[in-house]
Every structure is written in structure tokens, then in C-alpha cells.
Design a protein around this ligand. Structure first.
Ligand SMILES: C[S@@+](CC[C@H](N)C(=O)[O-])C[C@H]1O[C@@H](n2cnc3c(N)ncnc32)[C@H](O)[C@@H]1O
Length: 248
């Protein structure tokens, strides 16, 4: 239904000089609750809703968890309504509604981002999300996918799917460290979003990379040297710094 509406309103604008990439359609309350749950939104998060409309998602998060929110919305009339609804819910001190274009706003402080846009808009936004958001930031999209970037999780409700992505750290390249067994571990990794593949060596001998999984800045690697038991490491990658933890 929403898709039909959007197709009918392609290029829809409220005022002659306000171009909307997506028309206003509010997210239902039960979908909002499911989105907040999937995003594990809590009191320490900073939640950004891109195209925040009447502010329903941010107001519910502030009411339920005391979450701080920022709404990016291009239509000033929606912002006025959202501010009024936030005041009615007595959470206006927790939420900023910013009149801005979601393609231009600074979103770097978000720990969770919610969106109810369109797949084409999500795909256009994808490079900005990957560039500006810190690794580990959760992105929750009501109904719309993000093209070739596969979701980390999804939740099927009766008529709608909610998607979740975790912004991956950049881990492509060469990593080398010494294990607790005094052996030298060396991996060469390739990365496509959160999907990681590559090759491993132990003490300069080819080994097998049984598993490589990335969630935010946590990279788990299972490496097996010939005729040896597999060893599992977690590399925690933080900007230019990283540490390695070996599992028993
Ligand atoms: C489908 S509504 C979603 C509203 C709210 N996020 C929710 O889920 O209830 C999309 C919103 O995006 C806003 N919007 C469209 N294009 C935008 C743009 N380029 N920058 C910021 N907001 C935009 C619209 O005005 C509308 O309020």
C-alpha cells in the first residue's frame, strides 16, 4: 500500500520549494515498538530518525527508555507537529527536531538510526551511513532493504518486514599477531560490507580460515593449522587501534 502511495506521489512536495524524497506516512505504534526492540534501543543510545515526520519513533523511545533523539526532517510543518506531540508526551527535553535534508545532515553521533524511506533512498544513503556512522551503530529500516548490503537480522511482522544492519568496521587487509601458543598468526582479509573472507597462515605455513564473522568492530576468526585443533580469536578494531583476544 505504502509502495503504491509513494509511486503515485513521486516527486511529491508540500510547498513549492520543499521537495520530499518520500511522502509522510507514519509508522504504526506496534511497528515502532518492534523496531525499538530489534535495535535494542536503550537509555544510553542516541537515536536518529531520518525523515522523522511527526516524531512517533523518537517520542516512543524517549517515553519508554528515556532515549535521547534527533529527528532530521525537511518539512517544517511536520517538525511543528512533532514538537507539539513531544511536548504532549513530556519528552520534549530529550528530542531535537532539526529541519534539514537527510542527505546533508551530520548523523555521526548516532548509536542507532531508524528510517522509513524507500529502498532507492536507502541505497542512495548507504555510502553516507557507512562513512559517517561509527562501527557498531545499528540501522533499523521499516519495510525497505538496502540493495546489496544484506541485513544482519530481520523481523517479519504480519504485513511488514523490519531490517537491521550493524555498521561494520573496515578490516580489509593484513593482520598479524602472536597467539598464546607463541605461534605467529597471519591473515589476509577481503571485505564486502560485513562479509569477510580470506586466507590464514600459522608460523608462515598455510592454514585454514574456518570462519570469519564481523559485527561492528568485533571480528571473530577461527584458524586451523594442519593437524592442529582450531583456535578462535576476536580482533577488536577501534579506529587505528586494535587488540586481539584468544578464546580457550
Ligand atoms: C514515510 S515518512 C516516515 C516518518 C517517520 N520516520 C515515521 O516512521 O513515522 C518519511 C518522512 O521523510 C520526510 N522526508 C522526505 N524527504 C526528506 C529529505 N530529503 N530530508 C529529510 N526528510 C525527508 C518526509 O517529510 C516524511 O515526514
Amino acid at each position: 500500500m505504502y509502495k503504491d502511495l509513494v509511486e503515485d506521489l513521486d516527486g511529491y512536495s508540500v510547498e513549492p520549494d520543499t521537495f520530499l524524497d518520500v511522502p509522510f506516512v507514519p509508522t504504526d505504534e506496534h511497528v515502532i515498538r518492534a523496531m525499538l526492540q530489534l535495535g535494542k534501543v536503550g537509555p544510553r543510545d542516541i537515536l536518529y530518525d531520518l525523515g522523522s515526520g511527526e516524531g512517533g519513533i523518537l517520542i516512543e523511545a524517549a517515553r519508554q527508555f528515556g532515549t535521547q533523539g534527533v529527528g532530521i526532517e525537511i518539512d517544517p510543518l511536520r517538525i511543528a507537529d512533532a514538537m507539539e506531540f513531544a511536548a504532549d508526551a513530556r519528552v520534549e527535553h530529550l528530542i531535537d527536531f532539526v529541519e534539514d535534508n537527510l542527505f546533508e545532515a551530520d548523523i555521526s553521533e548516532a548509536t542507532v538510526v531508524t528510517m522509513y524511506l524507500l529502498e532507492s533512498v536507502n541505497i542512495q544513503l548507504r555510502p553516507k551511513l557507512l562513512k559517517e556512522l561509527r562501527p557498531g551503530t545499528r540501522i533499523i529500516s521499516h519495510a525497505f532493504h538496502m540493495g546489496e548490503w544484506q541485513p544482519d537480522e530481520k523481523l517479519e511482522l504480519s504485513h511488514i518486514t523490519i531490517f537491521k544492519w550493524v555498521v561494520p568496521a573496515k578490516i580489509e587487509g593484513v593482520w598479524e599477531w602472536e597467539g598464546l601458543d607463541d605461534r605467529l598468526y597471519y591473515v589476509e582479509l577481503q571485505q564486502k560490507y560485513q562479509e569477510v573472507s580470506g586466507n590464514a597462515w600459522v608460523d608462515n605455513e598455510p592454514a585454514t580460515l574456518n570462519r570469519a564473522s564481523l559485527s561492528g568492530n568485533w571480528l571473530e576468526l577461527e584458524i586451523q593449522a594442519p593437524n592442529q585443533a582450531p583456535v578462535v580469536f576476536t580482533l577488536i578494531v577501534d579506529d587505528d587501534d586494535w587488540e586481539v583476544v584468544q578464546h580457550d
